[in-house]
Design a protein around this ligand. Structure first.
Ligand SMILES: Nc1nc2c(ncn2[C@@H]2O[C@H](COP(=O)(O)OP(=O)(O)OP(=O)(O)O)[C@@H](O)[C@H]2O)c(=O)[nH]1
Ligand SMILES: [Mg+2]
Length: 601
């Protein structure tokens, strides 16, 4: 008999891996079963052909409907133990039991573990059902409800779970909710294979550092820091099972199951004295221990003794405000969960849509749409991006994707000042106009920095390895020995190991100034040359190339590009063979100093 959760996976004919969570069937272990089925895409309802439908089959079906798990396959096992007549009888019983449930039309496959008959068909049907299920949502807010925590020699602390709402990456910092403890993801595995990034909906084992096994347990949630709060008061529109043996009364003690977590709670029935079996109504739960809940999370409510499932529903409020006046609380909850035009618009704005598309999707008229959009944009719940609109959450998810793509680019090319815009746009997958609007927003918020034609995280700085720093120290003294007659960039490369990429990084850092096609000078040399030219032009109307050479002790070979550099800055201008000053001397000096220090360029 299975007591606790088991984990496995199988590979479909098309090569897709499917994670499997094996849950106990016996009613005594329903708490473990509840911890296992959060976040699943589909269910395999197992009925043994020799025993047929059992009480727990019905309770499991009820729980599936409370959790909104609405697709799956029915497996009639131990087919080898019964004859055809008996099997036909059991099939009828099973079909009767699932009537009216989400599994009413689910494929039913007869199998035998002993003879292996039907197993291939079962796998094929699982493939069909999963193929028809919607893609897992990626809200950019990963949550991993922990179902196991253990230590592995050579690894340290490991937690496992089914990942929800986002991707998780090796190296990122995470927070354990509700304890608030921080840890870092050292490694990730799915189906025993090491991966760099775990996808929503997959089974994940995360190796965590900076945290002890004693600080981890089933029921905790691994999340990105600051993105998930725990609450001690939560409200929901609770659907009572018709099969419940009694109603839910005021202050009744219940056990609340959410994800892999559970907590005892006192219930406040908000609309009447008691919530009858088969009825639904607003209930506030005062939890003995805080739970990491998000609005929309499905929970199951059970009575602890005698143990039975009472009902469940989607969490509508986690603000933790205790209901005082019941009528007012109900009105507030109704208002918040009613499908207003705004709510309907918001519901379809996880993808960017134009106003036209919105009206069609949400099924509302133009005037109503415009009023609702204005309200949503005004409150910040919806963000306009060029010709389209997106929910704030979806924009956040895009922003996080931009930041993570940039972080990856910086890690991959630490010598580069940033990543090309087009590369980041492609990673985000927005059309040019919407991308431009998003970028403008991110720059305004200080989340992304524009560096010439590149984009970077504001904190990104070009970093040289110690060995590269050593090469630069040697090259620097070569440049400094005769600052206005420096070695060529070709010499810097062959003699000192300063290749193009490193030179660009040094220029980015402000250690050298690139002059002309292949000149590199120390900033102070360029400054000295420029100031000498400006000083001369403050005294006389024009300067020749040879005068500039003599004044600065440089050579013609170097003076030409240096003067060109001043021309490009708009400090000097050619007049025949001479140069003349463009701005007044003070402005020219300031311009020069700024350019050499790489400010405002
Ligand atoms: N003859 C026969 N025996 C089977 C078959 N499948 C399972 N059994 C046997 O039935 C018993 C129970 O099987 P389990 O796989 O533990 O059943 P389960 O549904 O996981 O039970 P719980 O975990 O308690 O819910 C074991 O002794 C199995 O060997 C089958 O197809 N044919
Ligand atoms: Mg079992």
């Amino acid at each position: 008999m299975t007591i606790d959760l088991g984990f496995a996976w199988l590979t479909l004919a098309d090569g897709t891996d499917v994670g499997i969570v094996d849950v106990p069937g016996h009613q005594d272990f329903i708490r473990n079963m509840l911890a296992g089925i959060g976040g699943i895409d589909a269910v395999i309802l197992v009925v043994a052909a020799d025993e047929s439908v059992m009480p727990q089959t019905r309770e499991h079906l009820a729980i599936l409907s409370l959790l909104g798990i609405d697709r799956g396959v029915i497996a009639l096992t131990k087919r080898d133990l019964v004859d055809d007549d008996w099997a036909a009888l059991v099939r009828d019983e099973v079909r009767a039991a699932v009537r009216g449930s989400a599994l009413a039309d689910a494929p039913l496959v007869e199998v035998s573990a002993t003879t292996r008959a039907g197993l291939e068909t079962l796998v094929a049907r699982i493939g069909d059902v999963l193929g028809a299920s919607p893609a897992r949502r990626d809200l950019g807010r990963p949550r991993l409800p922990v179902d196991r925590a253990f230590t592995m020699s050579g690894f340290g602390t490991v937690v496992t779970g089914t990942l929800l709402d986002g991707t998780l990456e090796v190296g990122e910092e995470v927070e354990l909710v509700p304890s608030g403890k921080r840890a870092r993801v050292r490694g990730l595995q799915t189906h025993k294979r090491a991966i760099a990034e775990a996808q929503p909906g997959s089974r994940v084992a995360a190796n965590l550092t900076g945290i002890d096994k004693d600080e981890l347990a089933r029921g905790m949630v691994v999340a990105r820091p600051g993105t998930l709060q725990s609450t001690s008061i939560a409200s929901l529109h609770l659907q009572m099972l018709a099969s419940a043996s009694a109603g839910l009364g005021h202050d009744d003690l219940v056990r609340v199951h959410a994800g892999t977590a559970e907590a005892m709670a006192r219930a406040t029935v908000l609309e009447s004295a008691e919530l009858e079996p088969g009825h639904a109504g607003w209930v506030q739960l005062r939890l003995a221990d805080p739970l990491a809940l998000a609005v929309g999370d499905r929970v199951v409510v059970r009575r602890p003794s005698p143990s039975e499932t009472l009902g469940g529903g989607a969490i509508a409020d986690t603000t933790g405000v205790r209901a005082r006046r019941r009528a007012e609380t109900v009105a507030e909850l109704e208002r918040r969960s009613a499908p207003s035009s705004a709510a309907r618009l918001l519901a379809v704005l996880d993808d960017a849509r134009t106003a036209q598309e919105l009206a069609e999707r949400a099924g509302i008229g133009a005037a109503e749409r415009d009023a609702a959009l204005a309200e949503l944009v005004g409150s910040g719940a919806v963000v306009p991006l060029a010709d389209a609109f997106l929910s704030r959450g979806a924009v956040d998810a895009l922003a996080i994707r931009v930041e993570r793509t940039l972080a990856k680019a910086h890690r991959g090319a630490p010598l580069r000042a940033g990543a090309p815009r087009e590369e980041i746009r492609a990673a985000v997958g927005l059309p040019p106009k919407r991308w431009a609007a998003l970028l403008e927003r991110l720059v305004a918020e200080g989340r992304v920095a524009v560096r010439a034609s590149l984009l970077a995280l504001p904190g990104h700085a070009v970093r040289l390895t110690p060995e590269q720093e050593e090469r630069w120290t040697r090259a620097r003294s070569a440049l400094a020995s005769e600052p206005l007659q420096p070695p060529s960039t070709a010499t810097l490369d062959t003699e000192y190991g300063i290749d193009r990429e490193l030179l660009a990084a040094l220029a980015e850092r402000g250690d050298v100034v690139r002059v002309g096609a292949d000149g590199a000078f120390l900033p102070e040399a360029v400054l000295r040359f420029g100031l000498a030219v400006v000083d001369e032009l403050a005294r006389s109307p024009a300067i020749t190339v040879s005068r500039a050479r003599d004044l600065t002790g440089s050579s013609r070979k170097h003076v030409l590009p240096l003067l060109g550099f001043l021309d490009d800055l708009g400090i000097t201008r050619r007049a025949g063979d001479d140069r003349i000053l463009v701005p007044d001397p003070a402005a020219a000096r300031e311009k020069l100093a700024r350019a050499v220090r790489r400010e405002g360029t």
